[in-house]
Design a protein. Structure first.
Ligand code: UD1
Length: 340
């Protein structure tokens, strides 16, 4: 029988790419999503790519009763990948309770059900935001967690603590937290990708929307950082590469290859790219000229962060493969496809 994996947030950006990769290696996928930041037709698109329509249940995992009813309906789950969460840093500052309730209660409900219904394996979406501005770069997994600069970031830190404590108390549970750097790009089919609601906060969707004419101009937030060209540096990781790491993490748990019951890994390329480098790479690889201007720094932004990926490379046997150029081309192809 195929192993069954619950993917929460499976119609979202990283979730949908991960569903496709799970199906490609033979997992039976069940998606739970409340569609608060995604659309139902993502299921059609997943089916177009993989030839398999994943099972889908629409409800809010904040609801404990509905969550329990779901686990009753699907008694053969082997593992869970938990993506479902809010992720807009600025919005979290305005609506902290909405963020704490959504991002923490869903996790607690899932953990409760994992113990009641004997589903031992969980992969959790964490973030490099837990490191703040690290003292040493590239940042390793043992770098200290720094006080979060936003409620969103805090939900990721608290979630990791909830996981650690719950796993300590329930040694039958096992978790891998994956700390993403900056996921960008889209599936090579251009059928799934990032679909920001309203004005994008993140750099790459803002770039592609500007290039296609939806936005007038990209603002570069700061050129006075202590970096080679003065703009801030991040580690941009291709979303398909990222999705593949989830498949490896799930197998590691199910095959009991994990060394501890709570493990965490950096998922990045190991290479920092500045905002100007991203713009230059986009213009060169797509042939599109980008209208941009430098403005002041954005509150809460760190100067530079990029991953030390050795632990993920060695332990998971995973490595990011796609270049920044080809990833930006995939984001551009997706954007063009969306606006056709
Ligand atoms: C942030 C969060 C991260 C979260 C991610 C997803 C922090 C430190 N990081 O990443 O945890 O997972 O959002 O929402 O909280 N930029 C511009 N102009 C723009 C947009 C961005 O110059 O219009 C610059 C930013 O200043 C930054 C870089 O581009 O230097 C990347 O920004 P963004 O894509 O928003 O991601 P982060 O802020 O790194």
């Amino acid at each position: 029988m195929k192993k069954q994996v619950l993917v929460t947030g499976g119609t979202g950006y990283i979730g949908s790419h991960t569903v496709v990769e799970l199906q490609a290696v033979g997992y039976d996928v069940v998606i739970v999503d409340n569609l608060s930041n995604s659309q139902l037709d993502v299921l059609d698109r997943i089916e177009q790519i993989s030839g398999i329509r994943p099972a889908f249940e629409q409800f809010d995992l904040v609801d404990q009763e509905k969550t329990e009813a779901f686990f009753q309906k699907y008694p053969n789950l082997n593992a869970i990948i938990h993506f479902a969460a809010f992720k807009a840093v600025g919005q979290s500052v305005d609506k902290p309770l909405m963020y704490y309730r959504n991002n923490l209660v869903t996790l607690m409900n899932l953990l409760e059900c994992m113990t009641i219904f004997n589903v031992p394996n969980l992969v959790f979406s964490s973030s490099c935001t837990v490191y703040g501005q690290p003292e040493k770069l590239p940042v390793t997994e043992d770098a200290p967690v720094q006080k979060a600069t936003s409620p969103y970031g805090n939900t990721k830190q608290i979630s990791e603590e909830i996981l650690q404590d719950t796993i300590f108390a329930n040694p039958e549970l096992k978790t891998i937290a994956l700390r993403y750097f900056n996921p960008i790009g889209a599936h090579p089919s251009a059928l799934i990708g990032e679909l920001p609601l309203g004005v994008p906060n993140n750099l790459v969707p803002f770039i592609t929307q500007t290039a296609i004419g939806l936005r007038q101009q990209l603002s570069v937030f700061g050129d006075d950082y202590n970096t080679p060209d003065g703009s801030a540096v991040r580690d941009y990781i291709n979303v398909v590469d990222l999705a593949k790491a989830h498949v490896i993490a799930i197998a590691r748990l199910m095959e009991n290859k994990n060394k501890k019951n709570f493990e965490y890994f950096n998922l990045g390329t190991g290479r920092g790219a500045s905002v100007f480098e991203v713009i230059e790479s986009f213009e060169r690889s797509t042939g599109q000229k980008l209208n941009y201007k430098v403005v002041g720094r954005r509150a809460g932004d760190v100067e530079q962060v990029y991953a030390d990926t050795r632990f993920a490379n060695e332990e998971l046997g995973w490595k990011a493969e796609k270049t920044l150029d080809e990833t930006l081309v995939s984001a551009w192809t997706w954007e063009k496809n969306l606006r056709k």
